[in-house]
Design a protein around this ligand. Structure first.
Ligand code: HH2
Length: 410
């Protein structure tokens, strides 16, 4: 996927793009006061471009928890000379403006920015400004406003709520012809647990179908996670979290203060992802519809006599096994899978089909490799999916199928 951005093109592929942060503020949480003079800001932009920034994000209003708002006049007085100055340097790097004010975005886009980064989620007014300039917009999720956002934030389901919010902003952008990138807003009205839930489930947010921006750089959740790490010592934690997201392919843009180390991260992970994509396709061995009988059910009456069951087993083999030659001895034999399912179903009573499914998976994945000799690659199982269904119980309640399925990894 490619996005046009102020005369540049942003290509999303195996490696995430690196967005360097430039705060022209006196009070940002990690670099406040360092770059709020235009000469310092230009020098820092030049350094970030040399270190490999794909984008530079310029902000003039701190959004740290508790920060006071800045007036439009003050924000423009900080932003415009810096944007104009960097645009004149012709660094070959597109600029984004980090603002929640549509008027500030409008002026910044005229001055040379090509993208808007809106921590307040890209209101209709902001999308209209972006539409007029043909600029993409980052819509970030924030609960409340910076002054109050960390006061007991609550969600019923943080991932689902933020998914729905961002999906709605993407749809609103689409209606106006604006490309919207989404950002879960790490640290914006979220506890440590909320942040971890979001980071562990970015794949859900990526299902929205928009590029995902991630801002974890030096943030205080790392301090809480790691038990007291000052802001200037959070690079390793930041790199680790960003590497996790990059390796899973769940972040398209990393918004960071430390550009050089993140460009190295992005290049290394990008190369590995490309390599993995071009390596032998994974093989999956299937044994489905295995007829079994077992004493199974939550009541003793159900367990009194064996019932019919149907078991499906999907075995995904490791990359090593995927390179095997065309010989049965080098793959998992589906006849053996069927025999294991039948033996496990027969050997015990079970209350739940889940328990039986887990038991079959553990036998295939854990016990079989120990017991088996020869060249059958039982130790080359990457993952297993086992489904157990009860046709009798399905018929009883007028359902097409009832049962349970589990995903198992060694
Ligand atoms: N985080 C900050 C500011 N802007 N924009 C996006 N899209 N995502 C983020 O996570 C994000 C953001 C906060 O970091 P920083 O700019 O370094 O601090 P401050 O707001 O104090 O200037």
């Amino acid at each position: 996927m490619e996005l046009a951005c102020g005369g540049h093109s942003l290509a999303f592929g195996d490696r995430p793009l690196v967005m360097g942060v430039l705060n022209v503020t006196p009070d940002s949480f990690s670099d406040g006061g360092l770059f709020n003079r235009p000469d310092k800001a230009l020098e820092h932009a030049r350094r970030m471009a040399a270190e490999g920034a794909d984008l530079i994000d310029i902000g003039a209003e701190s959004t740290r928890p508790g920060a006071e708002p800045v007036s439009l006049e003050d924000e423009l007085a900080r932003l415009l000379p810096v944007i104009e100055g960097i645009a004149a340097l012709d660094l070959g790097v597109p600029l984004s403006v980090d603002t929640a004010k549509p008027e500030a975005a409008d002026r910044a886009l005229i001055a040379g920015a090509g993208m808007v980064n809106d921590v307040s989620g890209a209101s209709e007014a902001m999308l209209e400004v972006a539409a007029r300039h043909g600029a993409p917009v980052i819509a970030m999720h924030m609960r409340g406003e910076p002054r109050t956002m960390q006061k007991e934030p609550r969600y019923d389901d943080v991932v689902a709520e933020i998914h729905d919010y961002l999906a709605e902003r993407v749809a609103a952008g689409r209606d106006l012809g604006v490309d919207v990138l989404v950002d879960p807003g790490i640290g914006f009205g979220k506890t440590l647990e909320h942040n971890l839930d979001l980071l562990a489930n970015l794949r859900e947010l990526r299902r929205i179908g928009a590029p995902l921006v991630l801002g974890t750089s030096r943030k205080s959740f790392l301090d809480r996670l790691l038990g007291g790490v000052p802001v200037e010592e959070r690079l390793s934690g930041t790199l680790a979290v960003n590497a996790w997201a990059a390796a899973l392919g769940t972040a398209d843009v990393l918004r960071v203060h430390d550009v050089g180390p993140h460009r190295q991260l992005a290049e290394s992970i990008g190369a590995l992802r490309a390599r993995r994509r071009s390596s032998a396709p994974r093989r999956r061995v299937l044994a489905r519809g295995i007829a079994c009988r077992s004493r199974i059910g939550v009541t003793a009456a159900e367990r009194a006599k064996p019932q019919e069951l149907v078991v499906d087993i999907d075995v995904t083999l490791t990359a090593q096994a995927a390179r095997a030659r065309d010989r049965l001895g080098e793959t998992v034999d589906y006849a053996e899978l069927a025999a294991i399912a039948q033996a496990v179903a027969d050997r015990n009573e079970y209350r739940l089909v889940e328990t039986l499914a887990e038991s079959i998976a553990a036998t295939v994945g854990r016990e079989r490799p120990k017991a088996a000799g020869g060249s059958t690659p039982w130790n080359r199982i990457e993952s297993l999916r086992v489904r157990v269904t009860k046709p009798g119980a399905a018929r009883e309640i007028g359902a097409a199928e009832v049962g349970a399925e589990i995903d198992w990894r060694p």
